[in-house]
Design a protein around this ligand. Structure first.
Ligand SMILES: C[S@@+](CC[C@H](N)C(=O)[O-])C[C@H]1O[C@@H](n2cnc3c(N)ncnc32)[C@H](O)[C@@H]1O
Length: 445
């Protein structure tokens, strides 16, 4: 076991990972925009970690001078962003040591990629390609961390901390964090990114039972790429379940496709989407579940708005015909099995078929939990009349959505040959034995 981030912690690393007063809470500082200057203890060996960029991140992280040199080199690489890659590399190698130039170019490229997930914070962080891909988006990490803070917790052990995106979020929420990361290069980067103790260790060897709270974001990648099979997670899914059901405060971030049958009894499952895409399922231990005002088994949270629904909210079992508005619940709502709860929010809300996640309503509502459409017409589905109707409406742009029908939208669009200045949404649905084409326009706002 090796400790990065604080020599004092390295001394006790072999003894315990418990969050004791020795593994003292730290004041979060990274999100203040400073360039880190505190010397880090991360060994003298080269830290490999920029993989497919072909670079090697040398041990610039072990001294304040090295870190300063690295930061200036990355800033120089970023400032040459206007040049084509070959000229940029040549310019950088003229003024820098070739190894440093390679690292700086790789980090500048990763930071540019990272802005989509991290915004301006990307400019303060170091990445690996894998670490960036697996890192939690800022808004989602903050949402999770807020629940830890809201439960009155003051410290957390992040058992698979990667490059430290969740560590930083816990710090922003005011918690003291200790990170655990199996890969030494990634651990060194986490230590550089967050002013927190990072232990290089297998999570399963950590003394997580002594921690006030635990967070787990297991790797969902194998040698063959991303995996959706929890049995291939690292650390193992059995370990994740052990931590979740041990009686303490714990949460695990898992793939959104999580099979409901894998959710242990007493645990709350939350699906989180961001900007319309379902990003993760989080399992919250019974302690977290008990800390909320109402007992909840399933929750859906839609970010960035923060709107959420649970199985403790009112639900409507109604089924009925397509009315003036059609609503398509957010993917997090569908995955959490809360379609009937969204239905209860809609005026006259009803499913148009018991098997479909399309809801009808008599009037519009403003909600991020479902996307709304004003219904213009409802036709029995058949290509020829649909094409004729689109011609009549001079529709040149068609958005095609479907549920319960085996129709290829791209092939249908070619058959419809749309022409004209107008746009429309066609929602195809199987309702009982019929196939319907609902012509609609999105409700704004
Ligand atoms: C999904 S990433 C964590 C991302 C992190 N939450 C973030 O937002 O930056 C999972 C990390 O767990 C590490 N890991 C995998 N197996 C581990 C184990 N048995 N013990 C500790 N870390 C492990 C991987 O190296 C990887 O960096």
């Amino acid at each position: 076991m090796e400790m990065s981030g604080d020599p004092a912690l390295a001394a006790v690393a072999g003894v315990s990972l418990a969050l004791t007063s020795t593994l003292a809470p730290r004041v979060p500082t990274l999100n203040t925009g400073r360039v880190p200057t505190r010397p880090k203890a991360c060994g003298q060996e080269l830290v490999r970690g920029v993989g497919d960029t072909g670079g090697v991140l040398p041990n610039f992280l072990s001294t304040a001078a090295g870190r300063g040199e690295l930061w200036r080199a990355i800033e120089l690489a970023e400032s040459l962003g206007e040049l084509d890659p070959i000229r940029r590399a040549a310019a950088l190698r003229r003024s820098l040591d070739p190894g440093l130039a390679t690292v700086a170019l790789a980090q500048a490229a990763l930071r540019a990629r990272a802005r989509a997930k991290f915004g301006a914070l990307a400019g303060l962080l170091l990445f690996t390609p894998d670490g960036l891909e697996q890192a939690t988006r800022v808004e989602i990490a903050d949402h999770r961390a807020a629940r830890y803070a809201g439960a009155g917790l003051s410290s957390v052990l992040d058992l698979c901390c990667g490059i430290g995106a969740d560590v930083l979020a816990f710090q922003r929420a005011g918690l003291a964090v200790t990170g655990v990361e199996r890969d030494p290069g990634t651990a060194a980067i986490a230590a550089a990114n967050a002013d927190a103790p990072i232990v290089t260790s297998n999570a399963e060897d950590a003394d997580w039972r002594a921690a006030e709270s635990v967070f787990l974001d297991p790797a969902r990648r194998t040698d063959r790429g991303r995996t959706f099979d929890p049995r291939a997670y690292s650390p193992s899914f059995d370990f994740v379940l052990d931590v979740l059901t041990s009686g303490g405060y714990a949460a695990a971030k898992l793939a959104p496709g999580l099979d409901h049958r894998l959710i242990p009894a007493g645990v709350e499952a939350e699906w989180v989407s961001f900007a319309g895409g379902v990003k993760e399922a989080v399992l919250w231990s019974a302690a977290f579940r008990a800390a909320t005002a109402r007992d909840v088994s399933y929750r859906a949270t839609v970010l960035p708005s923060g709107e959420h629904l649970t199985d403790a909210d009112p639900s409507s079992p109604a089924i009925g015909p397509v009315g003036a508005y059609l609503y398509e619940p957010d993917g997090a709502v569908i995955r959490a099995g809360l379609v009937q709860q969204v239905s209860a929010l809609l005026p006259g809300g009803r499913r148009i078929d018991e098997h479909l996640a399309y809801l009808s309503a008599d009037a519009p509502v403003s909600t991020a939990l479902a996307r709304g459409y004003r219904v213009l017409d409802v036709l029995p589905y058949s290509v020829k009349p649909l094409r004729a109707e689109l011609r009549r409406r001079q529709v040149g742009i068609v958005e095609i959505k479907k549920r319960g029908v085996d129709i290829d939208p791209a092939a249908l669009r070619r058959e419809l040959k749309p022409q004209g200045p107008n746009s429309i949404t066609v929602l195809l649905a199987r309702v009982g034995e019929s196939r319907l084409a609902v012509l609609a326009e999105p409700v704004q706002g």
